[in-house]
Design a protein around this ligand. Structure first.
Ligand code: FAD
Length: 291
């Protein structure tokens, strides 16, 4: 079996469990500086699926690709600690405020710079925008087949990959030729933890932006070990069209985001009696939550 080239799309997201009043800027974009950040949960599953294929197909390489502010270098380091081979940041103020159209355009420019590739793996969705649009949009722009909601890779052969999809009412087995894009469901295996050897090897990994404010010791370490410098691509590096990126390239604008906190008197405690369940269903229909 020939080695595969896999690209994993991973996003650093605000930890939506702690969204405060200053989460949004007046212009409708996310105030990322004010929020603690995490590795998008579904993208950890996507990374695990990629590393699992790497275990099964000798010589396979896994490259983690993220578009984000300088702080997003944290998830590239996290990827290194868990076993990816390469990490690339697409980071430039001009990419800020991107909706899914502009985000997928920018990621595709990055993927084309990494080409050739066999498989693109992304999360089903990000917990902040929650649109699940970026994966399918990338596949469309790359003109490659897409398989969404993947839970397991069943078989890999020279020219084809067979996967199991998790659907609302069951599972489906799908085959696709290479190259293709898959979005990974949260029901797939949990990501392996960090490997101590990798943490020791990559804990000083930094982007050029981070190195600018680093001390001399770290700068000279990067000269001795160039693999520690995380590639950081700007607009020009991926030859992106300025009109198609960031706010300029985004027809969708997020008007506002607010935190819904249920107060005690809004909660109702039900027991499992048919009467209570029926009452709940009636209310959910009345409020157009279901039905
Ligand atoms: C509350 C809120 C609502 C929003 N609503 C919309 C909307 O309705 N329409 C719209 O166009 N935009 C919307 N946005 C903007 C949207 O979040 C961004 O465009 C974002 O970059 C991509 O969309 P998403 O977060 O929905 O990602 P999804 O489409 O849910 O992400 C799916 C997968 O794509 C990959 N991916 C996504 N972003 C990146 C990245 N930056 N780097 C690497 N991989 C990535 C990951 O693998 C991820 O799991 C919204 C943002 C917020 C905060």
């Amino acid at each position: 079996m020939r080695p595969l080239k896999i690209v994993v799309l991973a996003k650093q997201v605000p930890d939506t469990r702690h969204v405060g009043p200053d989460a949004m800027k007046p212009d409708g974009t996310v105030n990322r500086g004010k929020l603690s950040t995490i590795f998008n949960p579904d993208d950890l599953h996507a990374m695990e699926l990629a590393l699992n294929i790497k275990d099964r197909v000798p010589g396979t390489t896994v490259t983690l690709l993220t578009m984000g502010p300088p702080k997003a270098a944290d998830i590239i380091r996290e990827g290194y600690y868990r076993g990816v081979d390469n990490g690339v940041m697409i980071s430039d103020r001009r990419f800020g405020g991107a909706d899914t159209l502009a985000t997928s355009y920018t990621l595709v420019k990055g993927i084309q710079k990494l080409a050739p590739f066999d498989l693109i793996l992304g999360g089903r969705q990000a917990i902040d925008g929650d649109t699940a649009q970026v994966g399918p949009q990338c596949a469309n722009k790359l003109k490659i087949p897409q398989v969404t909601y993947v839970e397991e890779i069943l078989e890999i052969s020279e020219n084809e990959i067979i996967a199991k999809r998790r659907l609302e009412k069951g599972v489906e087995t799908v085959s696709s030729p290479f190259p293709c894009l898959m979005t990974v469901h949260g029901s797939s295996p949990v990501c392996r933890s960090r490997h101590a050897k990798n943490v020791m090897k990559y804990k000083y990994a930094r982007t050029a932006t981070e190195l600018r404010s680093a001390d001399e010791m770290l700068k000279s370490l990067h000269e001795k070990r160039p693999y520690l410098t995380i590639p950081e691509w700007k607009v020009e590096d991926i030859e992106a069209n300025i009109e198609k990126i960031g706010l300029a390239g985004s027809p969708t604008k997020v008007k506002s985001v607010e935190n819904i906190i249920l107060t005690a008197n809004e909660a109702k405690f039900l027991n499992e009696s048919d009467a209570d369940i029926e009452l709940m269903i009636k209310e959910l229909i009345e409020h157009h939550t279901i039905g």
